[in-house]
Structures are given as C-alpha cells and as structure tokens.
Design a protein around this ligand. Structure first.
Ligand code: B4P
Length: 191
C-alpha cells in the first residue's frame, strides 16, 4: 500500500492536490473536512455539533475525528492505499493514525506539507467563500483557522520529522506546477 498524509494550512491546496493524486495513483481519499461536511448536510447529531465548531474555525474533537477515520480504514483495508487529506491535525490524531495502521501492518510512506504564505491563504479562501458560500470561508473564521493551525497543528510536522517522513513542498504557483513537485516526492517512496 502507498499511504500519504497531505498536510498544510487551510487553503494550501490539500483538497485540490488530493484530486490529482487520486487520479494518478488510484488511492482512497479520506478527507476529514469532507466527512464532517457530509454529517452537517445530513443534519445528524454529530453534524450539528460539528457545524458550530467548524463555523468558528476550531478543531472538532479528536475522539470524533479518529472514530471516523477508523471506520474508513476498515472499509478500504484491501485497497491500493490511502491519501489522508486534512488529517492528522493534532499529535493525538497522528498517534492514533499510526496505531490504527499498525493493526493492518501498514504505515505512512510520506507526509507532504504544502507551504503557502498567510496572505495567499486568506486570498484563496475569501475567493472560495464568494464562489461557494462555504460558511467557514469568511475573514474572521479564516484568521482563526490559520491561528489554530499555527498553534495546534504545526506540532504534527515535528512528529513526522522525527520519523524522517516529513517532506515540505512549495504550495504556490499553478496547480500543475505544484502537482509536479508532489510527484517527485512520491516517486522517492513508491516502490
Ligand atoms: P478542511 O475541509 O480540511 O478545509 P481546509 O483546511 O480549508 O482545506 P481545503 O482542502 O478545503 O482547501 P484547499 O486548500 O484545497 O477543514 C474544514 C474544517 O473542518 C476545519 O476548520 C475543522 O473545523 C474541521 N476539521 C477537518 N479535519 C479535522 C481534523 N482532522 N480534526 C479536527 N477538525 C477537523 O483549497 C482552498 C482554495 O484554494 C480552493 O478554492 C482552491 O480552488 C484554491 N486553490 C488551491 N490550489 C490553488 C493554487 N495553486 N492557486 C490558487 N488557488 C488555489
């Protein structure tokens, strides 16, 4: 299996690049943001709780998110591998992912982090907010999401650094330029 974590601040292009990676490598996509938005759209109890947290730009609890991931791993354990998009976002989530994969004799091959300056992130997300009306793409929530990323999510990079699995990729330029950089990183870990 080829298992990849696609990491980066909100608006760095994780969702966008995941689509390209899936098309090329046929991996199973696990986006915790998408899974949570599905719950919101279905107006489940979990979805109603999650919406309030997401609209503030805070992180949904580790327990909820880890539970969702474990279900997905079980469903697709015989597949070609996974791309984890927007997960893990805390060190607790990173540890839980490692333990869950170990149970299937699997591991993360590489954690790719997309690096994009703050002003560009804000510009992209405001733009998406205008185009799609996504409720967390407004200036106040965007700023909080970036602060939450800097305070709670950046430590995940040190976790993967220690295991020598962290690869930083410049996340500015065209979508295709960035995808080329990502493919170079994947080529090094793919057998
Ligand atoms: P996510 O859905 O993960 O949203 P995101 O961080 O904003 O990234 P996304 O993938 O959507 O955007 P992308 O960068 O591709 O999370 C939303 C919320 O869910 C979180 O705030 C949190 O509350 C909750 N949540 C999710 N996962 C969680 C977890 N593990 N633990 C706890 N809570 C969790 O794209 C942004 C925009 O940039 C797009 O419009 C795109 O078209 C544009 N873009 C992309 N690449 C570009 C490029 N090269 N140039 C110009 N524009 C580009």
């Amino acid at each position: 299996m080829l298992n990849i974590v696609l990491f980066g601040p909100p608006g760095s292009g994780k969702g966008t690049q995941s689509e390209k990676i899936i098309a090329k490598y046929g991996l199973v996509h696990i986006s915790t943001g998408d899974l949570l938005r599905e719950q919101v759209a279905a107006q489940t109890k979990l979805g109603l709780q999650a919406k309030e947290i997401m609209d503030k730009g805070e992180l949904v609890s580790d327990k909820i998110v880890i539970g969702m991931i474990k279900n997905k791993l079980k469903e697709h354990r015989d597949g070609p591998g996974f791309i984890f998009d927007g997960f893990p976002r805390t060190v607790e989530q990173a540890r839980a992912l490692r333990n869950a994969l170990t149970k299937y004799d699997e591991r993360i091959g590489v954690m790719i982090s997309l690096e994009v300056p703050r002003e560009e992130l804000v510009k992209r997300l405001l733009n998406r907010g205008k185009e799609t009306g996504r409720s967390d793409d407004n200036l106040e929530t965007i700023n909080n999401r970036i602060d939450v990323y800097n305070n709670q999510t950046i430590p995940v990079t040190y976790y993967y650094d220690k295991m020598r699995k962290h690869a930083a990729v410049e996340g500015t330029g065209t979508v295709d330029e960035i995808f080329k950089r990502i493919q170079k990183v994947i080529a090094k870990v793919k057998d």
